[in-house]
Ligand binder design. Structure first.
Ligand code: G6Q
Length: 548
């Protein structure tokens, strides 16, 4: 079936005209008419999503929703949730949503209900995590585990790392560590902190062929065997007590020396960057306990239900995705910032960077033709308020338009009202200032009030002007819990899916990542071998220089 080029739809053309009409309109003016906050706020299960501080009117949103209909979003959602092979270039269904579905759901891939095998793996995660937390799983000297090390990269690292930090408030006595980079600094620095008697390594690799992960896992295993053994002892057999793996590639895991009963399976229909809901989340379940992990899944499922069953005008992921298209394709915004106002979510921007940029960084459409419009946005960000003292300058007064998501919580976990009120005052003040800006007249008045002389005021006033009209979404959630956090991640996952449909691209493959995996192998042969194979003169010279 020939899929539609978004720019050829009727609604796209209409949006182009509408963009011309409102591109210079100040949001501040729009706020003088009607109750924008009421009109452009979505409320759902402890989520309050105010998107009124955007350069939109009722007409904008209606046209964007018409566009989604023309792009057959509803039909695409049915294929997504229905287990169709929507990852066409890899010939796979995309079923990470099944991992958080209720135990008694029926979800089919190739005619098979996959829920039973999901339940089996979940049961195994539950039993194993409880043994580690409760101390009944003993290391080779009979001691309980104190440290858990997740070895993986990309989708097999970012998710567990980000979620354990986000839900650190719910963490038990176990210490968790993450090793991802093939840079030896990462593994060797981490090993220095560990005792082989009480450490569990969780090797996570969907393919179990990833160079970084296998190198780190080999180094960790060698370290374990050497460090655990007294002179004359061989500790190879004890690897079984200290290494488990998460993978689809059972044979390769067994070849590595991990016992079959210590392998947690995952499936081809789970993409790496969407895999935290699978056994890739084992480290999360160990760190926060299985019940909390289940709540995290349940929250995500609730958001899936919201996404699946809510009309577009009340649908949070759909609305956020439409806004992204509006800025990316009409205002030519290149990036979006994600600013969580909680230190717990420090790794969320990096996680969403992968989820979004790996999914929608594509320039060929679903028909295999080069696109003639912009696709995936650049995602970046850091927690507030730190980011205010760093890059907010550019968002306020730079030349670029950077739509920004502000994520905050009504209630803090620490209960220190003074800190929380100060934090949230910043959250609220920033979105207001980004929208309102400051006119020259206002700037002058402020300087006068400071008692500055006229000459100095004339000189300084232009620099104190803020254009305003900078778009933000305020995502205010009741409280950071495993459940609300699962819902937040699922919200962004669905947003990414919608964007892909609206841009007519395949969001679930990642040939750019695969390319990197091949290239490094070839260059490694040149570094380790006697002769260097064909490269451009720059690369050849660099390899020679490195080898000298
Ligand atoms: C994610 C990507 C990528 C992947 C890593 C690790 O969607 O495909 O980030 O997760 O390359 O791959 P393995 O899990 O196979 O080691």
């Amino acid at each position: 079936m020939n899929k539609i080029n978004p720019t050829t739809t009727k609604s796209w053309k209409k949006l182009l005209g509408h963009y011309d009409a409102i591109k210079s309109t100040q949001m501040k003016k729009l706020f003088q008419e009607g109750d924008r906050a009421a009109e452009f706020t979505l409320k759902w299960e402890g989520f309050y999503v105010d998107y009124s501080k955007n350069r939109i009117t009722k007409e904008t949103m209606e046209s964007l929703r018409d566009f989604a209909k023309e792009m057959k979003l509803q039909e695409a959602m049915a294929d997504y949730f229905g287990g169709q092979t929507i990852n066409e270039t890899e010939g796979r269904a995309v079923m990470h949503t099944a991992l958080r579905a209720p135990k008694d759901a029926t979800l089919k891939v190739d005619g098979q209900n996959i829920v039973d095998e999901i339940n089996e793996t979940k049961q195994k995660i539950k039993q194993f995590s409880e043994k580690i937390i409760g101390g009944s799983h003993k290391g080779f000297t009979g001691k309980a585990i104190t440290d858990v090390v997740n070895i993986g990269i990309g989708g097999s690292d970012l998710g567990p790392d980000m979620v354990t930090k986000a839900l650190a408030y719910y963490q038990n006595h176990l210490k968790v560590h993450f090793i991802s980079n093939v840079d030896g600094d990462h593994v060797h620095e981490t090993l220095k902190q560990l005792d082989p008697e009480t450490t569990l390594f969780v090797v996570v690799s969907k393919s179990f062929t990833t160079q970084e992960t296998l190198s780190n896992a080999n180094t960790a295993r060698d370290w374990f065997i050497k460090k655990a053994a007294k002179p004359g002892e061989d500790r190879k057999k004890d690897v079984a007590k200290h290494f488990v793996a998460v993978s689809t590639n059972l044979e390769a895991v067994k070849d590595f020396g991990i016992a079959e009963e210590n392998i947690f399976t995952m499936w081809e229909w789970v993409g790496g960057r969407f895999s935290i809901w699978s056994a890739v989340g084992l480290t999360i379940a160990i760190a926060i306990g299985y019940d909390n992990f289940e709540s995290f899944l349940a929250g995500a499922h609730k958001m899936d239900e919201h996404f699946k069953n809510t009309p577009f005008d009340q649908n949070i992921p759909v609305t956020l995705a439409l806004l992204t298209v509006w800025y990316n394709n009409f205002f030519k915004a290149e990036s979006e910032a994600i600013i969580p106002y909680t230190q717990y979510l420090q790794r969320l921007p990096a996680y969403l960077q992968q989820a979004t940029m790996e999914s929608n960084g594509k320039s060929v459409d679903q028909n295999g033709k080069p696109v003639d419009y912009q696709t995936g946005t650049i995602i970046w960000g850091e927690p507030g308020t730190n980011s205010q003292h760093a890059f907010f300058q550019l968002i306020h007064q730079g030349t670029k338009i950077i739509p920004t998501d502000f994520i905050g919580y009504k209630e803090s976990l620490h209960g220190d009202e003074d800190h929380h009120n100060k934090l949230m005052a910043n959250y609220l003040a920033q979105t207001e200032a980004l929208m309102n800006g400051k006119t020259e007249e206002e700037a002058r008045k402020e300087l006068e009030a400071d008692g500055m002389d006229q000459e100095k005021i004339d000189q300084l006033a232009p620099f104190k002007v803020f254009q305003g009209n900078k778009p933000t979404n305020s995502i205010l959630i009741d409280k950071l819990t495993p459940e609300s956090f699962g819902a937040l991640i699922a919200m962004y996952e669905s947003k990414i899916f919608v964007e892909g449909i609206l841009w007519n691209i395949f969001s679930f493959d990642q040939w750019g990542v695969e390319l990197g995996k091949q290239l490094a192998k070839n260059v490694l042969k040149d570094i380790n071998g006697d002769r260097i194979n064909n490269h451009d003169s720059s690369t050849t010279a660099l390899i020679n220089y490195f080898k000298k």
